[in-house]
Write a new protein. Structure first.
Lengths: 119, 217
């Protein structure tokens, strides 16, 4: 049996939506939202990706197995980012690894070295 | 069993639908490995950007946002023409498949042309990482040029790897045009067109993320 296919009309609507999103991402880049810049920019990219994957790549009509594989790829990429940052992001949590600790150590060393001169 | 069955159905499949399903599934598995491949680079970008935000902000200002936006538009149009080509193959319009892939190649080449111009410009401005790297007129005079060099290393690695993927895609499209012109695809047998389409859409998605991460922030 021939499977369902996406209509040409849907492709045109999706393409128009992608162009609107592209204009939006270029437009909002003119404004600064501080730390939200990244969230807004990547958010628009995620929306574009969702449209491309669902309609252009036919995930909307794909079998559960195909969808599972696609989702698995994204999930593992998520693991990659989350586990790496739970390492890098928490390295400073050991008190002797804090930059301030080293600065203090350097200060103490400098103090010691400069002792004979200042006194 | 029709003639096209015996021609295009491999003996280990029960029917064409099963064969098509296996082909698209296989392509998706390949694309997952590609997510891991590009994922490592996106991870490197994320870690360095988190570590050196000033260098990345500075580096991004040395890229041409207009060219980046135009290139994103070109790739989105090319994905649209690929989607239409798959649609044409599903309705047995072989000549239309060939034309649409031809248009896709033109958009892909336009993208690579702009990319090449950008690379040439970077060489000209001494912004290519290596012994000749010089940050001549920084927007932020306080920035450490080595951080900017890391940003540009990632820029070249990521856009370069992406461009290689596009060149491979364009090569495959050339083969597909010949096959489509000879009437090798039909509503009964269009899985190869669909599979190539999946690859191209994936390459498009990679750029959809490279564009804001490199050009906009």
């Amino acid at each position: 049996m021939a499977h369902e296919s996406v209509s040409r009309r849907t492709y045109i609507v999706v393409f128009a939506a992608l162009m609107v999103l592209l204009t939006a991402s270029a437009w909002v880049a003119q404004y600064s939202f501080g730390e939200w810049n990244l969230v807004v920019a990547v958010g628009i990219s995620v929306a574009k990706t969702a449209l491309i994957m669902l309609f252009f790549m036919h995930l909307i009509h794909a079998s559960r197995l195909t969808r599972l594989i696609a989702l698995g790829g994204l999930l593992w990429f998520g693991f990659l980012i989350i586990l790496t940052f739970s390492d890098y992001g928490t390295r400073g949590w050991r008190s002797d690894a804090l930059p301030e600790y080293h600065e203090r150590a350097v200060d103490r060393a400098t103090d010691r070295m400069s002792l004979p001169i200042t006194r | 069993m029709t003639t096209s069955d015996s021609l295009y159905l491999a003996h280990h499949f029960d029917d064409r639908e099963q064969q098509r399903e296996a082909m698209t599934l296989g392509m998706w598995v390949f694309l997952v490995t590609e997510i891991m491949f590009f994922g490592g680079m996106f991870l490197a970008y994320a870690v360095y950007r988190w570590r050196f935000p000033e260098g990345f902000a500075e580096g991004s200002k040395h890229l041409d946002m207009i060219l980046g936006t135009v290139n994103t538009g070109l790739l989105l149009v090319s994905s649209f023409t690929v989607a239409l080509a798959v649609h044409a193959a599903q309705s047995s319009r072989g000549k239309a498949v060939a034309w649409l892939f031809g248009i896709t190649i033109l958009f892909g080449l336009a993208f690579l042309g702009i990319k090449g111009y950008e690379y040439w410009h970077k060489f000209h401005e001494h912004l290519v990482p290596g012994p000749h790297f010089r940050l001549l007129d920084p927007h932020n005079p306080q920035v450490d040029s080595r951080q900017v060099e890391i940003f540009l290393s990632l820029y070249f690695a990521m856009t370069g790897l992406h461009a290689i993927h596009m060149m491979i895609g364009i090569g495959v499209f050339v083969v597909m045009i010949v096959l489509a012109w000879r009437g090798r695809f039909s509503s009964e047998h269009y899985a190869p067109v669909e599979v190539v389409g999946l690859y191209w859409h994936f390459v498009d998605i990679v750029w959809v993320f490279l564009y804001p991460l490199l050009y906009l922030i």
